[in-house]
Design a protein around this ligand. Sequence first.
Ligand code: IMP
Length: 185
Amino acid sequence: MNGMINITKPAVFISESEIQTRVQKIATEIKSFYTNFNLENDQSLVVVGVLKGAAIFTSDLIRNINLPIQLEFVRLASYGDGTKSGVLSAPDLSLPNLRNRHILIVEDIVDTGKTAVFLKQYLQDQFEPKTLKLASLLNKPSKRQTEVEPDFVGFEIEDKFVIGYGLDWAEKYRELSYLGIIEEF
Ligand code: IMP
């Protein structure tokens, strides 16, 4: 284990059609949760996607939720060029006033949970939202170093480093429409 990484064409881990089917299911779960709050007559749901990893999942998700949505993004990075969780660096949290709104954070993956904990606390303190929920395409519970759990999950996975559908390894592979695996050895 010395950081050597095999970067041959990644094998399919979760196919494009499996992802799309699951995205529609989570979107339905999300819609039914927010239906309790009469959003159409009140205010739109605020979706806060976490760049860059969740950009593609967020854009597929919002087109399936079928509720009025205000789309925002923040930028947070906890990985550098490697596959080990690092420190949050150079966050861009510039958002409009979202006070008293229903906020749904969208992440690509909850790994250690540090990003989710940080962002939930930040949005809670800053805006005192009516509700604050977290959706994540992937959940890697074995790596958790915090108490956080996503409210809506696409796929629960083992401790593997996955790429594609927005997720990168050293800024590569985000454009793949499937999820692949990088083998580290
Ligand atoms: P956390 O703060 O440790 O939960 O890490 C969250 C961030 O780490 C995610 O938003 C990803 O950008 C990145 N990350 C964690 N695991 C993976 C992975 O398997 N592939 C690609 N990026 C990952």
